[in-house]
Design a protein around this ligand. Structure first.
Ligand code: NI
Length: 172
């Protein structure tokens, strides 16, 4: 089932999310719904607070090549264990900030530990778009958006556009 994606500004997007203590069927269902919502958008990552759930849960799939097998990843309690000094710059966007993009600099490689949907501990090093995406999604769990990396003026400009968009959506 598709879920409604919250649009910035929303107080739920600024909250620090709670660690998941027990991976229940309900949370697995939420993860499946988040993947469906993400693919439908379409997007390459989605965090639970973006659908109004303040749990430490993200989903992502950064496979972009046409015809390549999808690689849906579900991460409960993801944690960055190590990050490279080397950085990369990506033009980032966010499903909660539609149609707005800006360059963000982040570590080029990160080692991430998480619990998969069966509660097994996983650890993997990501680079390129995967590294950027997983860092962007983990930021969401700490109430941080990609626009928080931008200069205040640019951030305010985007926020005002989103306020206008939300007013239009409310009227429609
Ligand atoms: Ni986002």
């Amino acid at each position: 089932m598709k879920r409604k994606i919250l649009i910035h500004p929303d107080p739920r997007l600024k909250k620090v999310c709670e660690p998941v203590a027990d991976i229940s069927d309900e949370l697995r269902r939420l993860a499946d719904d988040m993947l469906e919502t993400m693919y439908d958008a379409p997007g390459i990552g989605l965090a639970a607070p973006q659908v109004g759930h303040l749990d430490r849960l993200i989903v992502l799939d950064c496979v972009k090549e046409e015809g390549a097998a999808p690689r849906p990843l579900v991460m409960f309690n993801p944690e960055i264990k190590a990050a490279s000094d080397e950085v990369s710059v990506y033009d980032e966007g966010c499903l909660s900030i539609p149609d707005q993009y800006a360059e963000v600099t982040r570590p080029r490689e990160v080692e991430v530990e998480w619990l998969d949907r069966d509660g097994n501990l996983q650890r993997e090093t990501f680079d390129g778009l995967w590294a950027t995406c997983v860092q962007h999604e983990i930021d969401h769990l700490n109430g941080k958006l990609f626009i928080d990396y931008l200069k205040p003026l640019k951030r305010q400009m985007i926020t005002r556009k989103m306020q206008k968009l939300k007013r239009e959506m409310a009227r429609a």
